[in-house]
Design a protein around this ligand. Sequence first.
Ligand code: A2P
Length: 258
Amino acid sequence: MAKFMTATVTNVRHWSDKLFSFTTTREPSLRFENGQFIMVGMDVDGRRVVRAYSIASANHEDELEFYSIKVPNGPLTSRLKEIRAGETVILSAKPTGTLVIRDLRPGRRLFMLATGTGFAPFASLIRDPEVYDRFEQVILVRGARHITDLAYGDAIVAKVREDEYMGEIVRERLVDYPTVTREPFVHTGRVTGVIESGKLFADLGIAPLDRQSDRVMICGSKAMLTDCCTMLDGRGFEVSDRIGSPGDYVIERAFVDS
Ligand code: A2P
């Protein structure tokens, strides 16, 4: 049986009727790579319910942060969405995952493709100094149904841009491209759609995808992952098929669906 520890919730923020984030205490022994996920759970009616959550805070920070959808009748999130500071959650002892820059071949630009709560690991990765050591430019493409769904990402990007240590490099090298699909907005279309049509590159005034020097990290729903993989495979990009085996792109399959 997997080893679990408890953590105390220190803050909860509701971004909409569907989305919330929370922070918890972090055991000094809990080590992770930015982009990894951990199992988060609660004991609900005497039963332990756990789900995979990407860690949205960076590994140099004292607390852990998580970003969650409120799934209607979801066994975990129905309870988790009610959580308040001072209560406890259960965390697995060993974070893991495939969405790590270690498994990307060297490159010049790094594209981060996220939909929905798939933004969470990028909240961590965009504040990782190593990302900017390894890549000249980071292009964060955040897809959501509605403008309100972008609020958490907006806040994180704004915070990282103002960060005392990281702010300058982030302002220079991180390009943020939020896009929505179900109402008018400055950018519209699916993450895959804006890449395939070339709209992303035209809007940003940057060169199109180049397999030689571009690397990609992807996190979203199963359907989004499948479509992004098909799109990249079709352009000759090679996926990192397992931890420790570098590729042109990495994906994360862990997401909350209950
Ligand atoms: P759409 O509104 O066209 O479904 P969700 O909340 O369902 O995960 O969706 C978040 C965002 O991801 C939405 O903008 C949605 O677009 C988009 N999306 C859903 N499926 C895919 C897919 N297969 N490829 C790319 N984007 C997708």
